[in-house]
Design a protein around this ligand. Structure first.
Ligand SMILES: NC(=O)c1ccc[n+]([C@@H]2O[C@H](COP(=O)([O-])OP(=O)(O)OC[C@H]3O[C@@H](n4cnc5c(N)ncnc54)[C@H](O)[C@@H]3O)[C@@H](O)[C@H]2O)c1
Ligand SMILES: [Zn+2]
Ligand SMILES: [Zn+2]
Length: 382
């Protein structure tokens, strides 16, 4: 089969690989019909994620058709159209029993802090991902779900991560009616977090980024106010000014460790790897939220982190909430919003790229060329 393969930082290509086989009776093999590239994949692509091995296939956002099932699989049949959450999880451990699917204790032999994620390096279990013609799906009775008849395929694809994560980001913000919510980052996760904030009763939603075309999307798609941080000497001062000098009630970090906005932090983290990443977005959140407010962190950070204004967070009495999204937990509500027309998540897709041109897809998305917001990969046309 053809599959995306990692060859080192900034080097990916399409190669021939063996079709994955059933390794456990509860595995399924899924023929991928659509996959997406996520902002999280860029951390791998940039070489920021430990234990990303040469030959690994990325891709944790995918949908497809069940091609083969193991002998114990009961919930899926060959031919079913399925959507697969980005988390690999067992469904029965202490954490899964509490709905903490992203914190499953049984799926990652390499770490206990993080669970399993498709196509996301050996740090998260070493599972090959779905930017390929076929993918092995463990715990096939647990994660995947048949795509409802009425749902558009690409809407289903957005549910496998970006939409569910954005919605989860708004949920963790504990938004109360009338709250002012600031969303840092106007990528797919930030756009969906902004849109979801209204559903939770926000009174104002302000999205901050430096890419004008994405801020335009935040205005039209998420009906948010926007600020371009390059147009302000100090974006934190602007966040204060626009909230009666109190600060926002809730700040959602949809940026993560590769934040722009501070050259020194960028050089010491991305270039020289002297620290685990740039804390710029997190520190803007800590400074820009009001005392007693809540910060919801969806942006990805490496295990070790420095230069975070932790003392300020303490002295301001902040609540910090964060996790990898437990995707499937969000689906029942999201399905309702999609069905009633409030959410059309596929609206954020800007590029559809054949698997053969995956290198170009990564380049365009990473360099934010051609007004790219969300690229979708098409493995084959059947
Ligand atoms: N927690 C989870 O379960 C989960 C799931 C998916 C993605 N993520 C993470 O969420 C983050 C966003 O994902 P995405 O797909 O939207 O990525 P993306 O790269 O498309 O978007 C990030 C956006 O942040 C902007 N940005 C950079 N520095 C900024 C700053 N200082 N302030 C404000 N905006 C800034 C960028 O211009 C870009 O538009 C990534 O870190 C990703 O790894 C987490
Ligand atoms: Zn993702
Ligand atoms: Zn589990």
């Amino acid at each position: 089969m053809r599959a995306m393969v990692y060859r080192g930082p900034y080097k990916v290509r399409t190669e021939e690989k063996d079709i994955p086989r059933i390794e456990h009776p509860n595995d399924a093999i899924v023929k991928v019909t659509r996959a997406a590239i996520c902002g999280s994949d860029l951390h791998l692509y940039h070489g920021m994620m430990p234990d990303t091995r040469i030959g690994h296939t990325f891709g944790h956002e995918f949908i497809g058709i069940v091609h083969e099932v193991g002998s114990s699989v009961q919930n899926l049949r060959v031919g079913d159209r399925v959507m697969v959450p980005f988390n690999v999880y067992c469904g029965s451990c202490y954490f899964c029993a509490r709905g903490l699917y992203s914190n499953c204790h049984n799926v990652n032999p390499n770490a206990t802090a993080v669970g399993g994620i498709y196509g996301y390096s050996h740090t998260t279990g070493g599972y090959d991902g779905g930017q390929a013609e076929f993918v092995r799906v463990p715990f096939a009775d647990v994660g995947p779900q048949v795509i409802p008849d009425w749902m558009d395929e690409e809407d289903a694809l957005m549910c496998t991560d970006a939409l569910s994560t954005g919605y989860f980001g708004a949920q963790l913000g504990d938004i109360t009616p009338g709250d002012t919510v600031v969303v840092l980052g106007a990528g797919p996760v930030g756009l969906f977090a902004a849109k979801s904030s209204w559903l939770m009763g926000a009174g104002r939603v302000i999205v901050i980024d430096h890419l004008e075309y994405r801020l335009e999307k935040a205005r039209t798609f998420a009906h948010a106010e926007t600020r371009n941080f390059l147009e302000h000497d100090d974006i934190v001062v602007e966040m204060k000014k626009t909230t009666d000098y109190l600060g926002a009630d809730v700040v959602i970090d949809a940026v993560g460790a590769e934040a722009d906005g501070n050259l020194i932090q960028h050089i010491t983290s991305a270039k020289f790897k002297l620290q685990g990443g740039s804390p710029v977005a997190l520190n803007w959140a800590i400074d820009g939220v009001r005392k007693g407010g809540t910060i919801s962190v969806m942006g990805a950070y490496g295990p070790l982190f420095s230069a975070v204004k932790f003392g300020d967070a303490l002295n301001k009495g902040l609540t910090l909430r964060m996790n990898q999204a437990p995707v499937k937990r969000q689906w029942p509500r999201l399905f309702e919003h999609i069905r009633n027309g409030y959410l059309t998540p596929s609206d954020i897709i800007t590029h559809r790229i054949p698997l053969e041109h995956i290198a170009e897809g990564y380049h365009i998305f990473s360099s934010k060329l051609d007004d790219c917001i969300k690229p979708v990969i098409i493995p084959s046309e059947s």
